[in-house]
Structure formats: structure tokens, C-alpha cells
Design a protein around this ligand. Sequence first.
Ligand SMILES: Nc1nc2c(ncn2[C@@H]2O[C@H](COP(=O)(O)OP(=O)(O)OP(=O)(O)O)[C@@H](O)[C@H]2O)c(=O)[nH]1
Ligand SMILES: [Mg+2]
Length: 473
Amino acid sequence: MFGGDLMDRDYVDEGTIAAIATPAGEGGIGIVRISGREAVPILSRVFRDKFGRSRTSFESHKMYYGKVVSEQGEMIDEVLAVVMLSPRSYTGEDVSELHCHGGRMVLHSVLEEVLRQGARLAGPGEFTKRAFVNGRLDLAQAESVMDVIRSKTKQSLKLALGGLSGRLSARIRETMNSLVQVVAHIEASIDFPEDDIDELEAASIRESLRSSISEVEAMISEAARGKIYRDGVSVVIAGRPNVGKSSLFNALVRERRAIVTDIPGTTRDVIEEYVNLSGVPVRLMDTAGIHETEDVVEREGVSRSRELLGRTDVTVYVVDASDAATGVNLDDDIQMLNALPKDETILVLNKIDLAAGQVDAQLYGDAAPEVVVKTSAATGEGLDELEQAIVQVVTKGHFSAGEVVVTNARHEDALRRCKSHLEDALSALERSVPHDLIVIDIREGLSALGEITGDTVDEDVIDRIFSDFCVGK
Ligand SMILES: Nc1nc2c(ncn2[C@@H]2O[C@H](COP(=O)(O)OP(=O)(O)OP(=O)(O)O)[C@@H](O)[C@H]2O)c(=O)[nH]1
Ligand SMILES: [Mg+2]
């Protein structure tokens, strides 16, 4: 049998698409995926079973062993084929997959044959777009698919999976439902304008509007936290030469990545590594020590360090505690610290093993940020505290991702617009503006929320969202 009963379906046929679904490079297996009306007929044209016979029917969700052949009958690869009939597939359409050997040439040859047999190459995210168009996923869920793929830590994966399973959508829908009820309530009174909404009713309408506004506000404030776990943060380690920046960098990345010597001016370039600090994906940067120098190469390094200062989410400003104890370079460090945003800076008193506990943040007076950590890269003292301090500063004290829903910039913008429409409605309600005008504001708010789930969104927005996906997803 070829697919379900196509006639029964409300079907916008944009052709049958195909792509390599696995990443470029070599691997154990590689998958060519086909979706659309012709997914099964195309498979049956390129596939032969172990006896060399072609087959026209495939049981859904069952693996078939065989090979892919060219039109001339030449073998292209040994494969496993599987068919997932509509609607029980990722896209909701008939899908077939060829599990091939995971080599570049093999996969391209198989794909080429599939395209020759009538499929066209899928655009970025086109499979997921079809899942959205066919109602398998709403827009917010579809967007989470890429968040899942791009997750860099367990925490970010957990949040992305929450989005995929519809946690954000569920909260949005709940808010939409209560707004719809408010509209119904108000409209009922418009139908009978002679009996104005009584005060009791007006109060209950205001109350539900207020609670919708605070729910939208909660989602906006969670957006910032969700973003930290999804996109990660950038952290720069800066300070004067030889204070131990590279030693701390190596300790945080748990690798001897940067060169450490007792010669001031060792680090010249910006060195980057990605690390996972308590679930937060961090792009950590080690920089050249900042000071006046005649050395041309070092001067270039110093100017790169300065460019980064204050530009990253967090600056870890390192000083040599044994110098600080005797007042060496203290004025310079105070000047540097004063130029940095206090709530995004951590002061690290390193080489504490050499300072015998005589130093603390008070030396820096008002220039000291709130978060100060004493460390010794030599003994390991304070390194865990430094890691926790970075996480604390980026998450503003919220240590775990908890129950936040992950939103992206598009969602955040829609939530903000929704909030402002609802606030307009609320203030109009308080000023006894005609009810039909209030309803217009609430409807605008509803439509902003609908953009998140995809209920009310323009075609070009949808195209833009999916163009950010990888091909084959
Ligand atoms: N005793 C002690 N020595 C340290 C500590 N941290 C770093 N050092 C030593 O200090 C010297 C300089 O360390 P680096 O990590 O290269 O310092 P840096 O700030 O990256 O230096 P530049 O790249 O030149 O700016 C090395 O000899 C380290 O072994 C510490 O906590 N205690
Ligand atoms: Mg260094």
C-alpha cells in the first residue's frame, strides 16, 4: 500500500522533499530522509531487497534490509530502509528513510539517486516546517527543536526538551484562554448596552486582566534566565600581567590550554574555550595582561584585552594578592575596576597562598564589586568558589534553571507587545472607555500571544524561523 488515503487529507502539496539528515563527515551510519506524497514510491524505485527484488509495499515503522541501486541496477550502498506512514511520522506526511553507511560520497550518491527519482532537495528546516504546517508541532515547539539540537549542557537540554514538549505553548494557551473569557465577558455587556456592566462585574474583569498581565510579566522575566542556559554567556579573565590569569583559565577549563610562565606578558592573544559551569554554557576568554608596553606584539594583545573589557557578560578581574598587600599596582587596579560595571564584575585576589590572608576587598574601597573571591591557582584554594561566583553573577543569584520556560527573542518581543496592549486595556477599563475599544486592545494582546504558538503569524516570519534550521531537520 502506498501511504494512507491521500484523498481524505486536506493537503497542500509542495512536493516530496529529501535531504541528508545526519551531519557532514564520517560516521557509522548516515540517513537520507524523504517526506511527502512520493516518499514511498521513490523508495520503492531505488530500493532492492536481499534477493534483488523491488518491493512496492512497506509495512509502516519496520526496517527492511537491502540495497540502493541506480537506474541501471548498479549498487550504490547496502542499507536499511524504513517507512513511516502518515500521520505517524515527524512531518505528518509519508516519510521514508534510508540508513546508509555514514560517508560523504555514499550519502551524496544515494541522495542524488533519490532526487533523480522525483524528490527535490529540502530547504533548511523544511521537514520541521511541514510538521508545523501539518499540526504535529506548534511554532514554539518547532523552534525548540533547534534548541534541543544546539544544547550545550544538560541544563539547557532539559529546558529545550520542556519547550519541545509544549511547556511554553501550554502556558501561553492558558493565558489566551483567560483573555478570551474576559473578551466574552465584556462583549456580553456590549450586546446589552443599556444595562452597563455593574461594578462587581467590572472588578472581576479587571482582576482577571491583572492576573493575565502578571503571568505575561513572569514569562518575560524568565526569558532572561532561560536565555542564559540556552545561549550561554561570555566571561573574560583580565588583569595586569603575571597575576595568574592563564593559571585560573586553565583551572576552569580543566586543561593546560594557555601557556603559563613566570615571565610577565606571556599571553599575547585572546584564548577561548567553552566550559560548562554548573549547567551554564560559558565562553571563557583569557587575555593579555594590561599594562603600558613598548613591545609591538604585546601592545596589540593589550589593545585586544581592552576591547573585551566590559563587553562580555562577566569580567573576572584578577589581581596578585601578594602585591596588593604591599600596595603594588593598587592604584592602577582601582582605576581599572572603577571603569567596569559593578554587577557584572568579579574581583579575584589570586596568589592568596603568598599573601597569608592579609588582603581583602576593603583595599579597593568603593571600586570593589560585590562579588570578591580569594583564590590560589597554585594550591587550588577558592577555585570552586570562583566557579560558583561566575554562575551566581550570570544568573543573578538563581542557581538552577528550575521551572523556567525557554523563550527566544521573537517570543520575548511578542510577550512585551502583549503586555503593553493588556495594560492599555486595563487603564481604559479604569477610565470607563467604551467597551468595544477595550476589546480591541485585548484582541491585539491575544494576537501577539498567538504569534508565539503560530496561530496568528505571517508566512514570512515562519519562513525566517525555519531558514535558521539545518538542512535535513
Ligand atoms: N604562588 C602562586 N603562584 C601562582 C598562582 N597563580 C599563578 N601563579 C604563578 O604566577 C606566574 C604567572 O602566571 P600566569 O597564569 O602565566 O599569569 P598571567 O596573568 O596569565 O600572565 P600574563 O599572561 O603574562 O599576563 C606563573 O609562574 C604561575 O605559576 C598562585 O595562585 N600562587
Ligand atoms: Mg597569561
